[in-house]
Design a protein around this ligand. Structure first.
Ligand code: ADQ
Length: 471
């Protein structure tokens, strides 16, 4: 029987569902996928050791088998904090101004990809399907081939693929992209990122793009397609009746004291546009004195990637900016922004979303953005809140009934907040009903199913047992 081997940078041991909220979008999505199938999840434990040993730690938790390795300090500096998060992440989010190009980062990135491949290759059995995730592991397919792996291997990129002209600013960009030709299937979040990849293949590699998405470069043919990721909408709706969700809902409503609540929930990352959001909210307060004392913004943003300088800087910026806005507008009985640097369990988050009247999801660039979908999944069908969404999030391609804005424009953010707060119930209902339908249908299970089916091969039934693993 074939198994599914998932390989991603981090493996976080699956937590009970109620505690999943503190994990990132990718972690939650993968745990949901693996729970359904027999398989294995391989990656870094998050631990550092003096020297790389390649020792594998096998565990079984919450119906998922994980195999993790530790990395040595230099690996973490050069591969994870370096090439992945200081070179590729900013560049792929169109922030070439923040991208750092350092020879040691590239070397560390290749070394860790080799180490991953050498360690995981012996765990792969002949019929297994191998699914590699995200920008940390772009060349892993090639490394696996060099370690004798002949299985079908797919790659999914969770973040945007940058336009051709940006991509060529990466030193050795061809080497990186050519390494992807060893995959059988490459998936992107949206048609937009897929098109950017196709442009690169045509213009830089002289390849051919076929109408069905196959690309041909020399003697290699690779399937490519968009697979928009979703959330586990049904699970999210179920969570809303959990005690934690009800407590969170009541706490937020009580503390709002009859005021309207606007919510933002993001990992603390410059790509999420939180600074621009605060500035847009400030513009709204400047232009709408009649709303003073009647609305409050709750921004939840747990710190991430704390070892990378730009993340410390954005944290300082937001601390200062939220303080300035509160200093400027607050009254004794009203605080315009509540800014919270912590993660919450999933159920708590669901309760907060439900209690909010408006969500501000305004990334400057985002592969997809799951928060937008979670917010919609958590709304009261009789009295739904309003989603304000950046045009530059992958999710905007599917959620056209949100109020779509340019997050760089303070005026657009301000106007959207005013329109959302004043939106009559029939319009809120119409917009929400149009969105919840696709959030439910195009959920994380459909995403996993579509990718795995495509990887398993055209026309073939999915050779995976849809039976849960024994606990
Ligand atoms: P992220 O950049 O992490 O994901 P996103 O898609 O919004 O962004 O997912 C964030 C996840 O973290 C959500 O599930 C959210 O609930 C959770 N989260 C955020 N803040 C939280 C808090 N304070 N407490 C608890 N949970 C919190 C990357 C890409 C995205 C892509 C996903 C999945 O950058 O574009 O959508 O992978 O492919």
């Amino acid at each position: 029987m074939s198994r599914l081997i998932v390989i991603s940078n981090r493996v976080s041991t699956p937590k009970p569902r109620s505690a999943e909220g503190a994990q990132g979008g990718l972690a939650v999505a993968l745990a949901a996928a693996l729970r359904e199938y027999r398989g294995l999840w391989f990656g870094w434990s998050g631990e550092k050791t003096e020297e790389f040993t390649g020792q594998i730690n096998l565990q079984r938790a919450e119906g998922v088998t994980t195999a993790t390795i530790d990395l040595e300090e230099q690996d973490v500096d050069e591969y994870y904090n370096g090439y992945a998060n200081r070179t590729l992440w900013p560049l792929f989010h169109y922030r070439i101004d923040l991208a750092e190009f350092d020879r040691s980062f590239g070397a560390g990135y290749e070394r860790v990809n080799e180490r991953f491949a050498e360690t995981v290759a012996p765990l792969i059995e002949p019929d297994d399907l191998v699914w590699v995730h995200d920008y940390h592991l772009v060349p892993l397919g090639q490394q696996l081939r060099q370690n004798g792996v002949k299985n079908r291997i797919g790659f999914f990129l969770h973040i945007p693929w940058p336009p051709h002209r940006l991509m060529v600013s990466l030193p050795f960009h061809q080497r990186l992209v050519r390494s992807m030709l060893d995959y059988d299937l490459i998936g992107f979040q949206t048609e937009e990122w897929l098109e950017s990849f196709h442009h690169y293949v045509e213009r830089e590699l002289g390849g051919t793009v076929h109408p069905d998405g196959r690309i041909e470069v020399g003697d290699r043919t690779v399937e490519t397609a968009a697979f928009p990721i979703g959330v586990d909408a049904a699970d999210f709706e179920r969570l809303l009746v959990a005690r934690d969700a009800i407590n969170a809902f009541e706490t937020l409503r009580r503390s709002a004291e009859g005021k309207k609540v606007v919510i933002g929930v993001d990992r603390l990352d410059y790509s999420k546009g939180i600074e621009e959001r605060f500035n847009g909210y400030r513009r709204f307060l400047e232009e709408n004195p009649d709303w003073h004392g009647k609305v409050s913004l709750l921004q939840i943003a747990p710190p991430s990637r704390g070892e990378v300088h730009t993340y410390e800087a954005i944290r300082d910026t937001l601390d200062a900016l939220s303080g300035r806005i509160n200093g400027e507008f607050a009254h004794v009985d009203w605080v315009p922004i509540r800014y919270v640097n912590q993660g919450y369990p999933r159920a708590g988050l669901a309760g907060f979303y439900r209690a909010a009247d408006v969500a501000l999801v305004t990334p400057l660039r985002d592969g997809m953005n799951l928060v937008a979908k979670e917010f919609v999944a958590a709304q009261d069908p009789d009295d739904p809140g309003v989603l304000i969404l950046s045009r530059f999030a992958g999710a905007a391609h599917q959620m056209k009934d949100a109020i779509l804005i340019n997050p760089y424009s303070k005026d657009e953010v301000s106007d959207a907040i005013r329109a959302a707060l004043a939106m009559p119930r029939p319009e809120r209902l119409r917009r929400w009903e149009a969105m919840i339908d696709s959030v439910r249908k195009e959920d994380v299970l459909a995403w996993r199913h579509d990718f795995v089916a495509a990887l398993a091969g055209q026309g073939a039934s999915i050779p995976l047992a849809a039976e849960p693993l024994p606990a």
